[in-house]
Design a protein. Structure first.
Length: 384
């Protein structure tokens, strides 16, 4: 099976698997225990924290290990909303459900949603902050559905100038793009399974500048901010995956983007009735969000699966009440078109040939669909 759903999750990297197995058999003691066995695990855990924070360009005490991006996001939103008399939070309408749902749960309506798909978003945001006297901003780095990249660096500058906190969900960025200036962000997060690590482990870069973010109460683990025994084997596996895939160099990205353009041009040439979403803004090199001809996404998914390809659903209703993707909805895409949308997301190990094979499969399914449809309509004519 050729796998094109890396934005959902990635396969476990071999080094990560080895690291997990080794840590599980050799370093299973509780890192908070007062004996030597515990101290050894603590030492290893802190070494891993040092490695990852160094690669991210942040201080080790700014890095909290946690279960996932979702946990980090929820904790940040909860902390923001628990300030005494918080000012309105500005939130992008295209955020992941982890953001939208936790904002809805904690903000008591003290939120202003904005559409990020505009030219020169930072310029657009500055007056919005002033107009609403906003006290914080949430805008992801790259979108999980469309691959759209948002100008997070400039937005971080705007927030710094205004002296307000900015949370950037970098879950889809890490492992696909250069780490670059991520360290200039006050708060961001990652989930290991998006870059070859195991599920259920992630990290949170915290800032103590505006308010304290406490993930859980109990023991004094994770600088006293996230109580609960650390899962060292999972953290060690995440570190191994991060070393392998956490950072991607800019040259690879620009080569892959060129290839993506070529692939999309061929797709449109072979199937002129496809509709590609987000073509003018910057996008992740691995993601193609495309409305397929005539049939709904499930049809294409099951046909592709039979042909040996796994792709994602672009129309899954993660949030909102309309039953279709809130992201595409915000882009002004028609509901009927959203229902025909599939999300194709390759990985660092996906070869050019894999992409061309996928294109051939799509074309074949399309041709069969057209011939079935036309033979179907012929049957109807005969019946009449
Ligand atoms: N944020 C984004 C942009 C995502 O794509 C995802 C997962 O798809 C998440 C947050 C949540 O990640 P997790 O389920 O690992 O907590």
């Amino acid at each position: 099976m050729k796998y094109f759903d890396h934005n959902a999750t990635t396969p476990l990297d071999e080094n990560a698997r080895h690291a997990w197995l080794k840590a599980s058999s050799e370093s299973w003691a509780n890192p908070s225990s007062p004996h030597r066995m515990g101290a050894k695990v603590r030492m290893r855990l802190e070494a891993v924290r040092g490695e990852i924070s160094q690669a991210l360009g942040i201080e080790p005490d700014e890095l909290i290990f946690c279960s996932s991006a979702t946990e980090a996001i929820n904790a940040w939103v909860r902390a923001y909303c628990s300030q005494s008399d918080p000012r309105p939070l500005l939130v992008s309408r295209q955020e992941h459900a982890a953001v939208i749902e936790s904002v809805d749960a904690h903000s008591q309506g003290n939120v202003i949603y904005f559409s990020p798909h505009v030219d020169d978003l930072p310029k657009h945001l500055e007056p919005l902050i002033e107009q609403h006297q906003a006290g914080g901003v949430m805008l992801m780095a790259a979108n999980n559905e469309t691959g759209e990249i948002y100008p997070w660096q400039e937005v971080a500058n705007v927030c710094n100038r205004k002296g307000i906190p900015y949370f950037c969900d970098t879950t889809q960025w890490i492992g696909k793009m250069p780490l670059g200036k991520l360290n200039q962000l006050a708060s961001f997060c990652g989930s290991a399974h998006k870059f070859g690590g195991p599920k259920g482990v992630g990290f949170f870069k915290i800032s103590r500048r505006f308010f304290e973010v406490k993930l859980s109460h109990g023991g004094s683990q994770e600088h006293g901010l996230r109580a609960g025994t650390e899962d060292y084997p999972a953290i060690a596996a995440m570190a191994a995956a991060f070393q392998e895939y956490g950072n991607v160099n800019a040259e690879t990205v620009s080569e892959q983007l060129k290839f993506r353009d070529e692939w999309m041009a061929k797709l449109q040439q072979k199937m002129s009735d496809v509709l590609l979403h987000v073509t003018h803004h910057q996008v992740l090199w691995n993601t193609v969000s495309v409305a397929m001809p005539e049939k709904e996404a499930h049809y294409w998914l099951s046909k592709l699966e039979k042909a040996g390809f796994t792709v994602g659903l672009g129309a899954a209703c993660a949030t909102g009440k309309s039953g279709v993707s809130h992201v595409l909805n915000d882009l002004g895409v028609d509901d009927a078109i959203i229902r025909r949308t599939i999300r194709i997301s390759g990985g660092v190990d996906t070869t050019d040939q894999d992409w061309w094979d996928l294109l051939d499969a799509l074309e074949k399914i399309h041709t069969e669909m057209i011939s079935q449809d036309s033979s179907g309509s012929k049957t109807e004519v005969i019946r009449i």
